[in-house]
Design a protein around this ligand. Structure first.
Ligand code: ADP
Ligand code: MG
Length: 488
């Protein structure tokens, strides 16, 4: 029997707001334990919540980016349960009217079984995080840090549309790119700003009904999620193959041995006694409010990828590399558009993409900085590209010599810099002829072999001329001259 894996994700994104979801305490990660904790975070009796406007705006932005319907009237509910890191005894969340409904996310799964699967989103709701319990610091005490209590989260609930660990990884990566792009979260899995609950079931391939699912809680690394899914799928298949039934439950993942283990029976909505939050009135989002946010929405990664592909004619690989993050894409777009204005007669697009991908982005990584901090102004990068494109400078000399020189003397125009450093190529016949004659004189045997038909030797002659000219021989003119002299 061949089985199909069915997965639905509940992804939690910690929002990058300055303050918490329902009070003014700092929402920042870290800090000494229990220092971001005013009376509301601590749930003192009689305190009342006030909704963070920015958190709603961020939810709406993500909803718009995913093509969700935005609920014009959104409201909050209490989800009741007892735990020491939840001082109120309930989590303020959204059950009946979440901010966003529906929507979808398109995935690219390299080597996956399905081509660009479209994963439907069920809804996105706003809620608050709980504090952090630490049970491993002491043999006989548990510790609680309430800094995180009340930090705003978005929970993005997918439909059970994912079909394996590769798709889960692609989904999480795409979601991370998107929230960073929109500037609503740092999407940092290590610091817990992005984590997910993975719902998994299996069914015979071709079946249209779903199997019973297990939910694996709180996966905070892609590597663990992959291992947890693989283990869980095998566990469920073994149960079914042995004639048993998968029991719907909530499970944990043990990173030490790569297994999942039962935490509790799956709780149902009624176990939480959800009820409307009486302390927060429903929020009505006006048409004006939504259209103002829509105005502010940036071009999304997929839109920019299309722009780079179709308008600027870049290869798919380049378009993908240039849309990994928003700052890079913005900078690339700026350079490409400026090139059209400053050099309308030239097509510098591919040269600019090469400069960004092979030189500028690696430079940012090694200097631990960002493109907008680059001391060289955009116009000079275009001039750099133009020098290559016009054949005045070889691409390799540009990359190896001019690029570092420009970063060292950012105020000097690259053409001037290249002249000062004596890097410009020459197609000047006298200049080339002297070098070519010299090379041919040094290799009489090779010249004879070439003339007998070993035409492949041309590359070797080219190499010698390049070496002797210190890379300044213009390749086309050199080739022509060499061919002329060799065919004599
Ligand atoms: P609950 O509210 O009880 O957590 P939901 O029906 O809202 O349950 O589903 C939660 C998540 O589980 C969603 O992401 C959904 O896609 C996923 N899910 C539901 N049924 C299955 C299934 N049979 N197999 C895998 N995932 C599922
Ligand atoms: Mg759930």
């Amino acid at each position: 029997m061949v089985y199909e894996t069915v997965i639905g994700l509940e992804t939690h994104i910690q929002l990058g707001t300055a303050s918490k979801a329902f009070c003014a305490d700092a929402a920042a990660f870290g800090g000494a334990p229990n220092t971001h904790t005013g009376i509301i975070s601590l749930a003192h009796p009689g305190t009342l919540p006030r909704l963070n406007k920015k958190a709603v705006e961020y939810a709406v932005k993500l909803g718009m980016a995913l093509g969700c319907e935005i609920n014009r009237r959104t409201s909050f509910d209490r989800k009741n349960y007892f735990y020491a890191d939840l001082p109120k005894g309930f989590q303020t969340t959204q059950d009946r009217a979440p901010v966003c409904l529906g929507g979808s996310i398109a995935l690219k799964v390299p080597g996956g079984q399905r081509n660009n699967p479209l994963i439907r989103i069920h809804h996105i709701h706003l809620e608050e995080d709980a504090g952090k319990s630490m049970h491993d610091q002491s043999p006989d005490h548990s510790f609680i840090d309430l800094n995180r209590a009340g930090v705003p989260l978005l929970e993005i609930v997918s439909e059970p549309d994912l079909r394996g660990p590769e798709e889960v990884a692609a989904y999480m990566e795409e979601m991370r790119r998107l929230v960073r792009w929109l500037g609503i979260s740092d999407g940092n899995m290590e610091e817990g700003s992005m984590r997910c609950d993975v719902n998994i079931s299996i069914r015979p391939q071709g079946s249209s009904t779903f199997g019973n699912r297990c939910e694996i809680k709180n996966m905070n690394s892609m590597r663990f999620a992959k291992r947890a899914i693989e283990f869980e799928v095998n566990r469920q298949i073994a149960i079914v193959e042995a004639g048993g039934k998968v029991f719907q439950e909530t499970r944990g993942f043990d990173a030490a041995d790569g297994t999942t283990y039962s935490l509790r029976e799956k709780e149902n909505a009624h176990d939480y006694r959800y009820f409307p939050e009486p302390d927060l009135p429903p929020v009505v989002l006006s048409e004006q409010y939504l259209s103002d946010i829509r105005q502010e929405m940036p071009l999304l990664p997929a839109q920019l990828e299309t722009l780079f592909l179709e308008t600027f004619g870049l290869p798919a690989y380049d378009a993908e590399q240039l849309t990994q993050d928003h700052a890079t894409a913005r900078y690339a777009k700026q350079l490409l558009e400026l090139a059209v204005v400053n050099h309308p007669e030239k097509n510098l697009n591919k040269t600019i993409a090469n400069l960004l991908i092979n030189k500028l982005l690696p430079w940012c990584v090694s200097e631990n900085t960002t493109l907008d901090q680059c001391p060289v102004r955009p116009e000079y990068w275009l001039e750099y590209a133009e020098l290559i494109e016009s054949g005045q400078l070889s691409a390799s000399t540009a990359a190896q010599r001019l690029f570092p020189a420009m970063l060292e003397t950012p105020a000097t125009a690259p053409a001037l810099l290249a002249t000062q450093l004596n890097l410009l190529q020459s197609a000047d016949n006298d200049f080339l002829e002297e070098i070519v004659n010299d090379v041919l004189a040094r290799f009489p045997d090779k010249v004879a072999e070439y003339r007998k038909g070993k035409k492949g030797l041309l590359g070797m002659f080219m190499g010698e001329v390049m070496k002797n000219s210190k890379g300044k021989a213009e390749p086309q003119a050199t080739t022509k001259l060499l061919q002329e002299k060799l065919s004599l």
